[in-house]
Design a protein. Structure first.
Length: 116
């Protein structure tokens, strides 16, 4: 489903991904929850961890890849059926890729209306 979602997203954003790995985990780790300041009643569908392209300078080399993690259990719990799960994966993936490009939430939401 991640691969299918990647194929459906605007390719100008996908083809420009640089030094990024996309993985999935069952749930956010305790460390990720603490770092994101989540309350016990909150969770994450996805998380971007890395250095956004807008913050990479001339010294950006020999660094570990940025990481986009999609969280399977929260995505499944938020989805009523397979179609909704696919949409939630695509939407979350788009959101995290946008963070890779250094976009803030306002800009992400504006672009979502145009592309999703």
């Amino acid at each position: 489903m991640i691969s299918e979602s990647m194929d459906e997203l605007p390719q100008e954003y996908i083809s420009g991904l640089d030094n990024v790995v996309i993985i999935f985990e069952d749930n956010p780790s305790q460390e990720q929850r603490v770092k994101q300041k989540l309350r016990c009643d909150q969770t994450l569908f996805g998380l971007y961890e890395g250095i956004p392209r807008t913050q990479r300078g001339s010294g950006y080399n020999l660094v570990l890849p940025d990481k986009i993690t999609l969280f399977k259990v929260p995505l499944e719990h938020a989805s009523q059926n397979m179609s909704e799960l696919k949409y939630n994966i695509k939407h979350t993936l788009w959101h995290e890729i946008a963070h890779h490009y250094g976009l803030d939430h306002d800009r992400i939401h504006a672009l979502e209306k145009k592309h999703l």
